[in-house]
Design a protein around this ligand. Structure first.
Ligand code: SF4
Ligand code: SF4
Length: 268
């Protein structure tokens, strides 16, 4: 059964504990940023911050709303990044995660162009750069653990479960409190459906969530990629081999995961 996460923006208090948990689990360094007059930080997800909380101040329905939105890879059911990748470095797993294999990646960055949510990020300041994005903590899920961000949320704004059950739950919440939510579960149909689902007290476009339609964008990507001459695909394959060999030689030794990584179990 494909898993998902339901993010309820009406429950989020903007503490950003999920950001910290994500960085800790993925062993990503803190980076200096500039104060923009808000507690929101960093400005966007990037190769060292796979998730962030966006702060939005919104006038809607004659009320002022201060709304928080968690941003990360949506784990599309029909991922454009995977359709654009020449060497199959992205894969949608039956469990729901869209995972990235840096051993296959040739660094062409087509995935960055294809993603309708602007998610894949490049390690621009690294001499041997990879693409980085949220992998839905697929490594944790494989060990029966919840995603790190879900585990740490103190208000229950993040709920992990079977995607179909989460959609039912989301519509039940809207029906029970129609004044609390707009009647829209973002991700249920967007780009053909995503594993991450959202509830909000205001229309999603007011939170900066892209209006992407309900058709999988892979159709357009495949059409565009069909225009790429086969010879380029051959060159890409050769580059892939060279890139893989170089990276393999420069790969640092595996580090041992800290003891504090054990967390709650994934519900059956
Ligand atoms: S949100 Fe972007 S990176 Fe994530 S699965 Fe969809 S297309 Fe790929
Ligand atoms: S699922 Fe894992 S990698 Fe993705 S945002 Fe949450 S903690 Fe980060």
């Amino acid at each position: 059964m494909s898993k998902g996460v339901l993010y309820d923006a009406t429950k989020c208090i903007g503490c950003r504990a999920c950001q910290v948990a994500c960085k800790q689990w993925n062993e990503m360094p803190g980076k200096p940023t500039t104060n923009t007059g808000s507690y929101e930080n960093p400005p966007n997800t990037n190769a060292y911050s796979l998730t962030k909380i966006r702060f939005s101040e919104v006038d809607y329905d004659d009320k002022f709303h201060w709304v928080f939105t968690k941003i990360q890879c949506m784990h599309c059911d029909d991922p454009a990044c995977a359709a654009a990748c020449l060497v199959g470095a992205f894969q949608k797993t039956p469990e729901g995660a869209v995972v990235y294999d840096d051993h296959k990646c040739i660094g062409c960055r087509y995935c960055m162009v294809a993603c309708p949510f602007g998610i894949p990020a490049y390690e621009w300041d690294d001499p041997m750069p990879w693409i980085r994005k949220c992998n839905f903590c697929a490594d944790r899920q494989a060990e029966g653990l919840l995603p790190a961000c879900v585990t740490t949320c103190p208000t229950g704004a993040l709920k992990f479960g079977d995607r179909e059950d989460l959609i039912i739950d989301a519509h039940q919440r809207i029906a029970a409190e129609p004044g609390r939510y707009v009647d829209h579960v973002y991700g249920e149909s967007e780009v053909g459906g995503t594993s991450w689902l959202y509830l909000s007290p205001v229309p999603f476009e007011m939170l900066g969530m892209p209006t992407v339609g309900t058709e999988a964008v892979t159709l357009n990507v495949e059409r565009a990629m069909g225009a790429v001459a086969p010879v380029l695909v051959g060159v890409a394959a050769v580059m892939s081999g060279i890139y893989w060999l170089v990276k393999r030689r420069q790969q640092p030794e595996e580090t041992v995961a800290p003891d504090d990584k054990e967390q709650l179990e994934v519900p059956k």
